[in-house]
Ligand binder design. Sequence first.
Ligand SMILES: [Zn+2]
Length: 224
Amino acid sequence: MLLNLHTHHAEKQADEQIIFNLIIPESNEELETFPEESPTNSWLSVGIHPWYISQPNQKLQLNKLRQIAYNQSVKFIGECGLDRLKGSQLPLQEEIFIKQIRIAEEVKKPILIHCVKCFNELISIKKIVRPKVPMIIHGFNNNIEVAKSLLERGFYLSLGASLMNDDSNTAKFLQQIPLEKLFFETDDKAISIKKIYEKASFLLNIPLNTLEDVIFANYLMICG
Ligand SMILES: [Zn+2]
């Protein structure tokens, strides 16, 4: 079983288990009808993305998230987090992120994090809020120093299409990441999760089947 921890595409391969991401919308109209199809058949992550925080509708967005978060098919809260390059002002992003961490704590589900150039802020928020639920950084492709400091603080890392590029940070440091802290994902990329697992299996020198089992066991450890 190929666990794809984070994707925005609903279609999947036969041997793939996806966590399909739903983004809480910004407008009143969309919030009313969200989610349009009842999310029962696939596993989901649901969150307020830092790019799509509505200043006027933030309460409605959070209420909607809290309401959906209890749904059995929702396995993660997120993607949520911090982005220095895009979205609303950082203080508002931090506030909404912290509120989503509290919802995750309430429903006891791990948090899927979007973090762009805000790792220091992320680390201090974890220090202050001290959530018991696991925190996974999705689409991680920063350097090994940042990776190590996140791992030391208990974060998990989910790696994606960057692995396909031999010059990427992730391809270079993959071997140094403890397997039990690792996930893989396709995110919004047009690449199969199998290609990413195959590349990781090659870089780690671990049989593909074993790698699939290890990663799925990680999932069961944090979500089971
Ligand atoms: Zn994403």
